[in-house]
Design a protein around this ligand. Sequence first.
Ligand code: G3P
Length: 222
Amino acid sequence: MRLFLDTANVEEIRRACEWGVISGVTTNPSLMAREKADPDAALREITSLVKGPVSAEALSLDCEGMVEEARRLARVADNIVVKLPMGVEGLKAVGRLKREGIKTNVTLVFSANQGLLAAIAGATYVSPFVGRLDDISHDGMGVVRQLAAIFSRYEMDTQIIAASIRHPLHVVEAALAGSDIATVPFKVLEQMVRHPLTDIGIERFLADWKGLMAARSRGAGG
Ligand code: G3P
């Protein structure tokens, strides 16, 4: 199980990389828009900070346009993975890009059938959107679970990125469901670190240590 950071914010990526727990980054047009930066410049900076895969989304809606965009994105850095939307045009582009050695991440996957098609087409990664399914009262993690079982049973190489992760419990559930990766917003990563009992434990250890030192120095004085 690996963790990617789901953001286009360079500062968040820089901070998370220092923790040593992030092995890739996923971006999308909405995350890029939030940063208001030049997307190409942002991608160059992100790919230099992160050694692992960095997903960047192609915006064309037809296969030819997707392939051209993918080739341009792949030239930005060796670790670029091109995100393509699920659909007939996306599937066609996946196969062509695979033959060219360009890695793909099929995004906006909301069913096991969509993920299966992406894997058969040759996608490197598929991204089921867990939170957005939960939002409409569907079992988002169920899609991850089904894909993990299918890929394992048929020994398919495509890796699952559990995406649209909204809270720490989603990460635990994705790990238990057999997801290869969960891509998490920085806020969720911060929430994963914390536990009130850890804070109380540290406080108590420090207080006891201080008490011990004070007692010993009193002893030495007397
Ligand atoms: O990786 C996809 C993710 O960014 C979508 O998340 O929260 O917009 O559904 P969300």
